[in-house]
Design a protein around this ligand. Structure first.
Ligand SMILES: Cc1cc2nc3c(=O)[nH]c(=O)nc-3n(C[C@H](O)[C@H](O)[C@H](O)COP(=O)(O)OP(=O)(O)OC[C@H]3O[C@@H](n4cnc5c(N)ncnc54)[C@H](O)[C@@H]3O)c2cc1C
Length: 345
């Protein structure tokens, strides 16, 4: 009898892991606090090695059928300067989280997985056979800068590249085309400590400061108000898996700065790493502590350098002291941008 695996959180990491385990006949239950489909704050730009895991799970076609759009080019913008359009070293995949999470949930169920929507599990009680895939941690260190994210879909937004990155003194806004001709407008912003208003009040930042190239880009946009969402209290400090007492995947393990566009890939990659030891645990080949250690070791080896570079990239691009110099360099220098792209994948 295979031992069951229980996953707390039916986001991308939890669902990809559940699908990988179900393909090998492991009994899996996922508890998801929310319901599908749902909008989530996310750039909806999948870029990195996790794309290969999606293909290996046979999900590439499923996402293409849901309208996933390949992205091949990128352009950077400061408030008043634009970089040339550059080719991405390898294509990314753009699909709304509305579609992506729901399609993966369907795939998991069709493989015989048990998925309980609207059920919040006690993640801290997770023990043997339990995996945390419950998403980002809240920032607890008051010395950390506070970040909040906003997103909205829009129509009638002419893009000069498949991904546009608009950097300002408060953060960045990414624009990319998703299914049905809509454009995802998603931003991450530093919270001003003196500003006690709710993050949703920062909507003006998402739409571009007066006179900015972003504001011009969005001047004729028709917004889908139902897709507007916000998230606050993000902790972007990297965490090593070895120090965690539980098996964690995706943002529950560590969050890579969103400006890299690699968080979803990391969620898929950590699920890919976790699957073989969990299968061995389920079939009685190894103990739970052994499985946990194998997953943590492999995650740390795979992600340490990437998280290190991502932290510095994020700081250089978005910290007020470096931002002006570094953002200008990224706008101008193809070489610098390519290095940043490769080191954060
Ligand atoms: C502003 C911003 C922009 C981003 N842009 C990009 C981008 O362009 N490209 C990219 O690759 N990544 C991007 N990311 C990161 C990406 O969104 C995350 O890395 C990804 O969603 C992680 O997936 P996950 O499954 O680990 O977590 P999530 O997708 O957050 O899923 C966690 C799930 O767990 C559920 N849950 C939580 N607690 C419980 C509980 N106790 N019981 C049951 N369920 C629970 C939640 O409801 C949720 O569905 C961005 C993030 C932000 C904030």
């Amino acid at each position: 009898m295979a031992k069951p695996i229980t996953i707390v959180g039916g986001g991308l990491a939890g669902l990809a892991l559940g699908i990988g385990l179900r393909r090998q006949g492991v009994p899996v239950t996922i508890y998801e606090a929310g319901h599908y489909p749902r909008h989530r704050v996310c750039g909806e730009f999948v870029s990195g090695r996790g794309q290969q895991f999606l293909e290996r799970l046979g999900l590439g076609q499923l996402l293409a059928a849901a309208g996933a759009v390949p992205a091949r080019t990128v352009a950077f913008f400061s408030t008043n300067q634009a970089s040339p359009v550059r080719s991405l070293p390898f294509p990314a995949l753009c699909l709304s989280r509305w579609q992506m999470d729901a399609r993966l949930a369907e795939a998991f169920r069709s493989l015989g997985g048990e998925l309980h929507e609207g059920r919040r599990a006690n993640a801290s009680a997770a023990g043997e056979g339990w995996v945390r895939a419950n998403g980002r941690r809240l920032a607890s260190d008051s010395a950390e800068p506070r970040w909040f994210g906003l997103k909205i879909h829009a129509r009638n937004v002419p893009l000069g590249a498949d991904l546009e990155m608009h950097v300002s003194s408060r953060g960045y806004v990414g624009l990319c085309r998703v299914e049905h001709g809509e454009v995802n407008v998603c931003g991450l912003f530093r919270r001003d400590p003196a500003d006690a208003s709710a993050p949703t009040a920062g909507r003006q930042l998402l739409l571009g400061l007066p006179g900015s190239l972003l504001q011009q880009r969005l001047s004729g946009a028709e917004f889908d108000e139902a897709s507007f969402c916000a998230v606050a209290g993000l902790s972007l400090a990297p965490v090593r898996a070895a120090v965690r007492p539980e098996v964690c995947v995706g943002d529950a393990l560590t969050m890579i700065p969103p400006v890299t566009g690699n968080g979803m890939s990391l969620a898929f990659e950590s699920a890919q790493i976790a699957a073989p030891p969990l299968i061995d645990f389920s079939t009685g080949k190894i103990s739970w502590p052994h499985a946990r250690q194998a997953i943590a070791r492999q995650c740390d080896e795979t992600f340490a350098a990437r998280l290190f570079w991502a932290k510095w990239f994020q700081r250089a691009l978005l910290s007020p002291s470096f931002q002006n110099i570094f953002a200008r360099l990224v706008v101008r220098s193809d070489r610098l941008w390519r290095m940043a792209f490769e080191f954060t994948r």
